[in-house]
Design a protein around this ligand. Structure first.
Ligand code: SAH
Length: 224
């Protein structure tokens, strides 16, 4: 885990970004029911150096509250959305978390700041290799990586108390529902076309009953 570095240019850019995320949290509270994001999540957003995950040509925008391209037709998500999805997972340190769609690894680092065990799957092998190298370099040594189709989940490592899917699917992959622990939460963008997707929170209660809540209209790249 990283230690805070106060008074650096990145730190002041990160502080401004946190203010923007908080403003977005307030203005979307009617949908999300979360006008204030948890301190521990905001602290993780403050600690993880987003510029380390952003391509060279976009360094000036590294702390802007917007998605950016990372090549291979993929993106690093908007920081507000990363924060919201993380808040919705209601993580506790002992949770085992599965992330589908490692991408550049930024969201993976946020998760690793909050829980002891993160498992992440990426279908594009070049992205998976780059993310792994970057996260190891930054000192995140508790993340398990897999290259492959995340729709199948990661059976040997299940059950997970939280599952986060960072690409949009037409429907909720059943393997992921099966691998969610009793009392677990899944956050996933649902909808096949950009512009008509909704961020969905699926909860499996202690008796295995499933409830689904649509939280917010969103725009994600498709889950292949
Ligand atoms: N989590 C990233 C966002 C990644 S964008 C962040 O921190 O910003 C979504 C990622 O999901 C892309 O890298 C894409 O290649 C990957 N992806 C799409 N379909 C997938 C699948 N079926 N299994 C695993 N990864 C997938």
């Amino acid at each position: 885990m990283l230690t805070p570095k106060e008074n650096t240019p990145q730190h002041s850019r990160a502080s401004l970004l946190l203010e923007k995320i908080s403003a977005d949290a307030r203005s979307t509270a009617n949908w999300t029911g979360r006008p204030v994001f948890d301190d521990v999540v905001m602290r993780a957003l403050e600690l993880v150096p987003r510029h380390a995950f952003v391509p060279d040509q976009d360094q000036a925008l590294a702390y802007a509250n917007r998605p950016l391209s990372i090549g291979h037709g993929q993106t690093i998500s908007q920081p507000y959305i990363v924060a919201l999805m993380t808040v919705l997972l209601e993580l506790e340190p002992g949770h085992r978390v599965l992330e589908v769609g490692t991408g550049c690894g930024y969201q993976t680092a946020i998760l690793a700041e909050l829980v002891d065990q993160v498992f992440t799957i990426e279908v594009v092998s070049e992205l998976a290799a780059k993310a792994k190298e970057k996260l190891n370099y930054l000192g995140y040594n508790t993340i398990d990586f897999q290259t492959g189709n995340g729709r199948e989940g990661w059976l040997e490592k299940a059950p997970f108390q939280a599952i986060l899917v960072t690409a949009a699917s037409g429907s909720i992959p059943l393997a992921l529902v099966d691998q969610l622990d009793l009392g677990g939460r899944m956050v996933i963008p649902i909808g096949s076309q950009e512009g008509t997707q909704n961020l969905v929170v699926l909860v499996k209660n202690k008796t295995g009953e499933i409830t689904k809540n649509e939280v917010l209209p969103v725009s994600f790249v498709p889950l292949v």
